[in-house]
Design a binder for this molecule. Sequence first.
Ligand code: ADP
Ligand code: MG
Length: 247
Amino acid sequence: MQDLPKTAVQIRTLNKWYGAFHVLKNIDLHVQRGSRVVVCGPSGSGKSTLIRCINGLEAYQDGAILLGGTMLGSQAKATALARRQTGMVFQGFNLFPHLTVLSNCTLALRRVLGKSRKEAEDLALHHLRKVKIPEQAHKYPAQLSGGQQQRVAIARAMCLSPRVMLFDEPTSALDPEMIKEVLDVMIGLAQDGMTMLCVTHEMGFAREVADQVVFMDEGRIIEQASPKAFFGGAVHPRARMFLETIL
Ligand code: ADP
Ligand code: MG
């Protein structure tokens, strides 16, 4: 088997502008293979933009992103690589409404990886079982609760065997009673050793599974620590203030 590099994601002095607006400022971040990094920070601090750069949804102007040791460029080929190596889960589920749960999961397996229907469906059902909704396979997204839809989105991403799973506030559009079912699935992924980069304000989740907590403010990483150190006494006053508002 190919020897995988220890670092799943390396971000080196990343800078990005939207026009004149400097949205990401000198971001340096390493995500070790098998580790879990939680990113938090106030609204507008650049968390979504950062995650979108990693999976090639956004271009950036300066710095470098390496996925599994391979440098991402701005070319279409590099973007395809980023999409294949990263699984992305958004706040708003983003399932294809006109496809069943099963077809949502098998679409890329068949079209991108060229798997047979049987192979794709077997793999999809395996991941739907892992998120505990195999019985919903033939329903359409609109027939599911938000929590179930988000679990399908996780299963769909996992079908492509990503090297790293990226989550952008996966529970913030959910009713409170559904948050736990999604977090439980994410905790399961962590226990299976999945490399994860999660933007979330679920600090219970951060305490339980994160190896590192990263705090962003105005486009910069201003604090990066173990959960114990971060929750025990964040150093930066802005991080302390943020914690007071959400805990
Ligand atoms: P967060 O996810 O931390 O709330 P975002 O990454 O979504 O922050 O946004 C960071 C900043 O960039 C915000 O000020 C936002 O208004 C701005 N922004 C986001 N997307 C765009 C865009 N496509 N064009 C211009 N500005 C944007
Ligand atoms: Mg965001």
